[in-house]
Design a binder for this molecule. Structure first.
Ligand code: HEC
Length: 116
């Protein structure tokens, strides 16, 4: 009995750390993409959000991240590879960009925003 435990225990520990689902990976990347998390400006599900309101020369202004949950993969990919006003420049691999896009699609499906 003890022998079996010794054999199985390390395996189950290993298995746990390597079984991270694509969504778990994508979620962690969205929130911590080697830089400020996307959710801080684009919202938990990429629905967009107002980050700050301020006044400039007596005019009310706001700084907001636009929604990013309905852009095509092509536009998404391009946006992450060009300089954007108000958005930090990330240096993400193609695989990471795919994971981020996957995250937004999954969230949209979960939230039922897709239902027509
Ligand atoms: C500091 C705030 C901020 C953070 C953090 C941020 N963005 Fe942005 N993002 C913006 C702003 C502001 C724009 C609009 C830029 C413009 O209009 O030129 C934008 C635009 C975009 C667009 C283009 C949207 C469109 O309509 O074509 C995409 C895609 C995007 N961001 C994805 C991301 C992803 C993915 C992350 C995380 C890796 C991220 N952003 C992090 C502020 C941010």
């Amino acid at each position: 009995m003890r022998g079996i435990l010794f054999v199985l225990l390390p395996f189950s520990l290993l298995a746990k750390s390597s079984f991270i689902t694509p969504m778990e990976y994508a979620t962690s990347l969205y929130k911590n993409p080697r830089g400020i998390g996307c959710h801080k400006c684009h919202g938990e599900s990429g629905e967009g959000r107002v980050v700050a309101k301020y006044e400039h020369k007596n005019e009310k202004k706001s700084f907001a991240g636009p929604p990013i949950n309905s852009v095509s993969f092509n536009d998404f990919f391009i946006s992450l590879n060009v300089r954007k006003n108000g958005m930090p420049r990330y240096f993400l691999t193609q695989k990471e960009i795919k994971a981020l896009y996957f995250y937004l699609q999954e969230k949209k499906r979960e939230d039922g925003a897709d239902v027509k």
